[in-house]
Design a protein around this ligand. Structure first.
Ligand SMILES: [Cu+2]
Length: 151
């Protein structure tokens, strides 16, 4: 009986902080132009996957790429930040969750350009292109974080 009570107490201390974390959804700050429709669709994708999003319309998105060390060659339509990382373009929510869990040494994730079929870039009746989610560093180097196959 004694042993069981200790185990219950341990379970409570292990589980309770976890419940607290699950409630506090990570906030993603998004910088986009006012006319960007696919940016808004990406924001909806994030919210549907449990993120809180603060989207701001800015006159010059390039300034945010520069601020958050996104190489020009890896740029897309919007820049965002979460948990000290930058997110460029139509990065899928599942990769953001993995990023926040694994916390790699990097500046952030980017999906360069605007691949057809990436979150926010879905077009009815259009096939999804293959694309890479890239992990990039402040020095401009990058590696493939995940390859997404064509569909
Ligand atoms: Cu876009």
């Amino acid at each position: 009986m004694q042993r069981r009570r200790i185990l219950q107490a341990m379970a409570a201390t292990i589980l309770l902080p976890g419940i607290g974390l699950a409630k506090a959804k990570p906030v993603i700050e998004v910088y986009k132009s006012a006319t960007c429709g696919c940016c808004t669709e990406w924001v909806k994708h994030l919210e549907a996957n449990g993120f809180h999003v603060n989207a701001r319309n800015v006159p010059n998105t390039a300034a945010y790429r520069q601020r958050y060390h996104v190489p020009d060659s890896l740029g897309s339509c919007h820049t965002a930040t979460v948990g000290g990382y930058a997110l460029e373009g139509h990065v899928p929510a599942e990769d953001i969750k993995r990023l926040l869990k694994e916390k790699p040494k990097a500046a952030g994730l980017t999906v360069p350009g605007m691949p057809m079929g990436s979150p926010g870039m879905e077009v009815e009746g259009q096939k999804a292109d293959a694309y890479d989610v890239l992990l990039f560093r402040k020095d401009g180097s990058h590696t493939v974080y995940r390859h997404v196959a064509a569909q």
